[in-house]
Ligand binder design. Structure first.
Ligand code: ARG
Length: 473
């Protein structure tokens, strides 16, 4: 245990305290190691605040200019790496205010007028989220574009593969259909990110510690200055609201889940057992011991890292649960899970994009698997339906033929050809390449309707691109 140091002089609260903070308190409560990431946002927030103070006459023009000059100096020190942090810098806000005061003296000491770190820290955090959401959304769109390019290329070759349920071969589907399935899921991610942005885009500046101010601050003015679309309506709510962070983190978790599902498929597809795709050397890893190995580590980590992103989300929700109004120090736990999730999901999107863009599809293996005679079973049952047989009966007839074929009674095609209700016309459904053409309904897996789907996706992609571009401004 370390006793309080006698000097409380360098804390923001030194007036009330006879002694300084213990080493243990500092070690446990500092947030500088992670919230220093927000230095740009904190400077932007302070610029707007100090201009706002001058705007309502609390600071003179000279004082305002002097603080703004000090903020610019801090900005250069931060970007060059010359900024010298000191041990009492508890968080990025404390560090910047300290340095501004060192540089601009009495004027600097007015910077924190009418402001608390409670409204300040969440303002910077919201600004950061505002810049990160469009960045993540652009990467999602880049992955959609890569998937779509591979889809087009495969469609021009007529490539198809087995569609699966329960990881059991079910019905043949165009490879483009399969690849576009992921594009639609990713599109919902873009929608979710942009929707979350609306709740992020609210300025808390002016809420003070919890209750507003007796000084004539103008929160709407500073909100405009910072480029926020909306301003808070309730100071208690806004200093303790982290819904926006939880929503952004949920959107990232959903993307991580989508990446994990793509990852799992590529682990399967690139296995020797499936043999549907081969990874480019630049997007695969080898083994330190087994010379023959080529592993899909990106795909595996897309699966694995979803765990920590989901963990961050559940951690944040648990932090928020049961918190009384308004600010509580617990809320400092909002940043790390989001910083980590943004980083991991961004890296994952780029890595999966590169892996998919450069992989080689093995159309022959896919098609061979999809041409297995049993893949036509549903088409055979539907053949019977077209001649009036109730589906349940048709299902039983074909099921029995499959069972007999598997038991060694003969090839399915021969059993079908000699079955009176089916015959040679039905047997043609088993021929290679026929099955995939059979599904012709909207959103289905056959080549004709896949082309229609492709057009709808192109439209939606244009809308997603435009919305993200709009949000980036
Ligand atoms: N580092 C703190 C945070 O991120 C800043 C707010 C501290 N406020 C306070 N009253 N101690 O939440």
């Amino acid at each position: 245990m370390t006793a309080n140091t006698p000097d409380a002089g360098n804390t923001l609260w030194h007036g009330r305290f006879a002694g300084g903070p213990s080493d243990e308190l500092m070690a446990y409560t500092v947030s500088l190691p992670f919230d220093r990431l927000l230095w740009r946002e904190d400077i932007a927030c302070s610029r707007a605040h100090v201009k706002g103070l001058a705007h309502v006459g609390i600071l003179s023009v000279d004082e305002c200019d002097s603080v703004l000059a000090a903020l610019s100096a801090v900005e250069s020190e931060m970007s060059s790496g010359a900024f010298a942090f000191v041990p009492s810098d508890e968080d990025i806000h404390t560090a910047i205010e300290r340095r501004v005061t060192e540089l601009s003296g009495a004027a600097g000491a007015k910077l924190h007028t009418g402001r608390s770190r409670n409204d300040q820290s969440v303002t910077g955090f919201r600004l950061w989220c505002k810049s990160q959401i469009p960045m993540v959304a652009r990467r999602v769109i880049a992955l959609q574009e890569a998937l779509l390019q591979r889809a087009d290329e495969s469609a021009s070759k007529g490539a198809y593969l087995p569609g699966y349920t329960h990881v059991q071969r079910a019905q043949p589907v165009m490879l483009a259909h399969h690849l576009m399935a992921h594009c639609w899921a990713l599109g919902r991610d873009v929608d979710r990110l942009l929707d979350a942005l609306e709740r992020v885009d609210v300025s808390p500046l002016g809420a003070g510690a919890l209750a507003g101010s007796s000084l004539p601050l103008d929160p709407e003015w500073t909100a405009r200055e910072l480029g926020f679309t909306a301003v808070f309506d309730n100071s208690l709510d806004v200093v303790s609201d982290r819904d926006f962070a939880a929503e952004f983190l949920f959107s990232l978790s959903m993307i991580a889940v989508h990446l994990s599902r793509i990852g799992e498929e590529w682990v399967l597809w690139t296995s020797e057992e499936f043999g549907f795709a081969t990874l480019d050397d630049a997007y695969a890893t080898g083994s330190s011991m087994l010379p023959q190995k080529k592993n899909a580590d990106i795909a595996e980590l897309a699966r694995g890292k979803a765990g920590r992103v989901i963990g961050g989300l559940t951690g944040l929700l648990a932090t928020l649960k049961g918190l009384p109004l308004s600010y509580n120090r617990d809320l400092q736990e909002d940043k790390e899970p989001l910083f980590d999730a943004v980083e991991q999901v961004s890296l994952g999107l780029a890595a999966i994009e590169g892996m998919i863009a450069t992989a080689t599809f093995r159309y022959d293996s896919m098609q061979q698997a999809a041409d297995a005679p049993t893949m036509a079973a549903t088409d055979l049952a539907e053949f019977l339906v077209r001649s009036g047989v109730p589906f349940r009966d048709a299902h039983a007839v074909v099921g029995a033929l499959v069972r007999r074929s598997l038991a060694g009674d003969g090839a399915l095609v021969d059993l079908v050809a000699s079955e009176s209700s089916l015959g040679p016309e039905a047997a043609r459904l088993i021929e290679a390449g026929v099955g995939v053409t059979m599904r012709t309904t909207r959103g289905g897996a056959g080549p004709g309707v896949v082309k229609d789907q492709r057009e709808r996706l192109e439209h939606r992609l244009a809308a997603w691109r435009a919305a993200v571009q709009q949000a980036s401004r």
